[in-house]
Design a protein around this ligand. Structure first.
Ligand SMILES: [Mn+2]
Length: 493
């Protein structure tokens, strides 16, 4: 869905979830500004038993001039109702009737069937989705500093002070929003009430510590999700705790915060494992956050959710093998020989972007990485938009240049970022791999974490059904490829 698709309507109501948080308010405000700029009759509202009382929200609304109104009961039936950071029909949003419903949200919902619903669970905040959608519709959110600050703060709070940013769109909003800098410290230091610091204390007092696997789980009473990160950053410092999960009930579901201080457990991966099928999650190797939809766990209470989390974390621990490439030896009985098929890939020479010697970052779906431009260094991509570097010698021996422009069919097209300049979209040309390289491979029958010879700190994850692959000409080079991709690249000899 595009924001322009909503311009056929004139009488528009934008609704945040009940007891809105900064992300919901900022998202609604973004849609409001867009609709206003097109001369629409529009109101921004929220409902719930009581109006907004939290000091940071009151400051945000006042200082950024956000025209949000409290509407306890529906006052009229608009032509179009757009829910921001929530979906009509979910439990966390009061039922308002409308001619047509639209929604923009980053929470997994079972009600995302309509064409006017834009749900992107990979984004850490709804504000990041709004930032992308505004830009795609030709509306520069930076032209309105209040809006830029609101969206930034929406992401800031939903991503636990930016430590759980996830999608490249989150990173773009974090890096490129032109914010009113003095306001952020004021907002972030008006978060805790006396009651909330007591909630933090209670959560610390009721830690469940698994002594076998060295993980901890605790549930905090209903509180601002910021408390979760705060509590969890303390728990992870305990000597006998390597992994910690803290949860609390929030509007519409359960927020979880996950920390890991060991290489063998990636916090994002654990978060996704916990929320698989019932929610979503994102973040970094050491810090991550997730959301479980109450729809999927309707009977959850603090005790059952703690029990559930302990069970899932234990399951995670007991369901993977670890392989270290350096110590790995091929067992020809168990592995078959495959040959690489020719592949069409995209490439761009690094010095063709900002010139020879320029330093910049490449942002792609998976991560950002640094580049020092030279004619020897080439940026590659595949059709899924994941990017990586190779040197010219390896490029020349593996690929031949072919005609045409390479098409990235992915949610996020790789960009080059040079200081605070606008991100530069990379234009890739086509090349074809020569193919013919032989590998040993086998399908994984257990989830596996692999430390390659290139990186002894960050493992690569393989799930049951993926392939463990070993280069025949260099048997130390062990890697994992997912099942679909493996079938695209290799055929059995
Ligand atoms: Mn949100």
């Amino acid at each position: 869905m595009k924001l322009q698709d909503l311009l056929v309507y004139n009488d528009i109501l934008i609704q945040c979830h009940d007891y809105p948080d900064p992300d919901s308010i900022a998202s609604g405000f973004g849609i409001y500004c867009f609709m206003k700029s097109h001369g629409k009759k529009v109101r921004l509202i929220y409902s719930g038993i009581h109006d907004i009382r939290k000091p940071n929200l009151l400051i945000m609304i006042e200082r950024l001039g956000i025209p949000i109104e409290y509407m306890r009961e529906p006052e009229y039936e608009p032509e179009l109702l757009i829910t921001a950071d929530c979906v009509h029909g979910e439990r966390n949003v009061t039922d308002f009737k409308a001619g047509t419903y639209a929604a923009i949200d980053h929470h997994v919902s079972s009600r995302n069937s309509s064409e006017l619903y834009e749900i992107r669970p990979d984004y850490a905040s709804c504000s990041s989705i709004i930032a992308v959608m505004l830009r795609e519709s030709g509306f520069d959110y930076n032209s309105n500093p209040d809006l830029a600050t609101a969206l930034y703060y929406g992401l800031y709070t939903d991503a636990n002070s930016m430590s759980e940013v996830n999608h490249p769109a989150d990173r773009d909003l974090r890096d490129f929003a032109k914010i009113e800098k003095e306001l952020i410290p004021l907002l972030t230091n008006s978060v805790l009430s006396l009651r909330e610091i007591q909630i933090a204390g209670e959560a610390l007092n009721s830690i469940n510590n698994d002594r076998e696997h060295h993980f901890a789980v605790t549930c905090a009473a209903k509180c601002d999700p910021n408390i979760l990160g705060y509590v969890n950053d303390l728990i992870i410092q305990v000597d006998t705790i390597n992994v910690s999960v803290v949860c609390c009930f929030v509007s519409g579901g359960i927020r979880i915060s996950v920390r890991s201080c060991i290489n063998d457990i990636n916090a994002v991966e654990l978060t996704r494992f916990i929320t698989d099928g019932i929610g979503s999650g994102g973040g970094h190797r050491q810090k991550a956050g997730g959301f479980i939809s109450l729809d999927k766990m309707p009977d959850a209470d603090p005790d059952t959710i703690v029990g559930f989390l302990i069970k899932r974390v234990t399951m995670y621990y007991e369901n993977f093998d670890i392989i270290r490439a350096e110590e790995y030896t091929v067992d020809p009985e168990k592995m078959k020989i495959f040959v690489k098929k020719p592949q069409i890939m995209g490439f761009v020479t690094s010095d063709s972007i900002f010139g020879y010697g320029a330093s910049f970052r490449v942002r792609s779906v998976e991560a950002d990485f640094k580049v020092r431009a030279s004619d020897d260094l080439i940026i590659m991509t595949d059709s899924r938009g994941s990017a990586y570097l190779i040197d010219r010698a390896k490029f020349d021996s593996t690929y031949e240049v072919t005609e045409g422009v390479f098409d990235v069919r992915a949610d996020y097209h790789p960009h080059a970022i040079c200081f605070d300049r606008e991100p530069h979209k990379l234009n890739f040309s086509c090349c074809r791999s020569r193919g013919g390289a032989k590998v040993y491979a086998r399908r994984l029958d257990r989830n596996t974490k692999l430390y390659t010879i290139w990186d002894s700190k960050n493992y690569i994850s393989g799930m049951v059904g993926d392939y463990l692959v070993v280069r025949m000409d260099d048997q130390r080079d062990v890697y994992i490829i997912d099942r679909e991709r493996f079938d695209e690249i290799y055929k059995e000899l």
